[in-house]
Ligand binder design. Sequence first.
Ligand code: 3PG
Ligand code: MG
Length: 404
Amino acid sequence: MSLPGLLSPLPTINMCGKGRVLVRVDMNVPIDKNSGEILDEYRIEAHSRTIRYLVDSGLPVVVVTHQGRPGDAEFVSLEKHSQALSKYLGMDVHFIDDVMGPRAREEISKLGPGEVLMLDNLRFVSEEIIEGEPQKLAGTYLVTRLAPLFNHFILDAFATAHRSQPSIVGFPYVLPSCMGGLVMESEVNALSKVLDARGVSTVLIAGGAKVPETVKTVKVLLSKRIIGKVLLGGLVGQLFLALGHGNNKLMGNVKVGQETINDVLEIMKTFSDSIVLPVDAVQSDDKVVEPGNAQSMLDVGPATIELFNKHIMSADVAIMTGPLGLVEVEKYSRGTREVLRSMVDNAQFTVIGGGHTIMSARKFGLINRISHVSTGGRAFIQFLADPYLPGIKALELSRSRFWV
Ligand code: 3PG
Ligand code: MG
């Protein structure tokens, strides 16, 4: 495992192969508001591989995840998640609608070798959304009630590793902890490879709606010369166009603070040779217009697709952090489709992340041709800018407390 700049390697899953294990995964998935059905099982399938490894090692395995945020429609109980997990594992998964109460603790203590128990939504415990230092969060009820029942903690939730919450950083403080193998370790390895590859032949396709974090990542990757070119689309691209062309209409639905605006202005000034902006846009009346006159940009236009493809053709590594248009609507998904296709046809190593990007790649039948599909959205974008996510740091701290 080669995290860039890391002095000593993080503990790997084989080191956590004794006794009862608590595995923190990220099975936070899109849920249909009306039916309550799970709309995409990608994360569940991905984590099932780590869980399978632990089952095959004969360990009693307790699985925890969050789902949604308090107050939103996706904030639901996890029985369906446990059924989906059971399908991917091809075995029974016990589920209990309790997180840390006496019933949960009793079920945990009764668990036999190779058995899997899934607890309910971690965010049903209000402490779980506190952000803080590992030592402080190790003192929460969640951690103090559950940790004594386990020998090891395994952090596989790469997609939540950017959160400094009790289940991510509190458990590693009190339990000898490891990276989960099939998600966390694979993510760290693949993304570290991208950061190590650094150079002019690495191209970043930065789209999507996570504007402030994407702008920050673009700035860091250009400053460190990890990427040679950045191709901009989606809401992120819209912000660059709005500021570059003085086109206020394009600011419409991009809500960002002054710091992000300053970053964009600085990027355009300092790295003008490295940024590639859309040269045409599809607006809401479906007309293709020049960016300076555009009322909106629901997709990039044909001239932009051609321009972007030219840059991708000479790339060895191509990373896409978010779609170039409103991909939920078929007619605005063309830019994303063409660029994804060009990525898999031309680059040797391709990486994508984020729910909408993954959904698009799957819809266009390209997902199996991507070298690495990240389970992370924000975590993925933030890792590229700074791999020392709170979850990674917590594992390092755990190593220094328990392994050496
Ligand atoms: C995600 O989907 O990005 C992760 O599961 C984290 O969820 P959160 O943003 O609600 O913490
Ligand atoms: Mg999310």
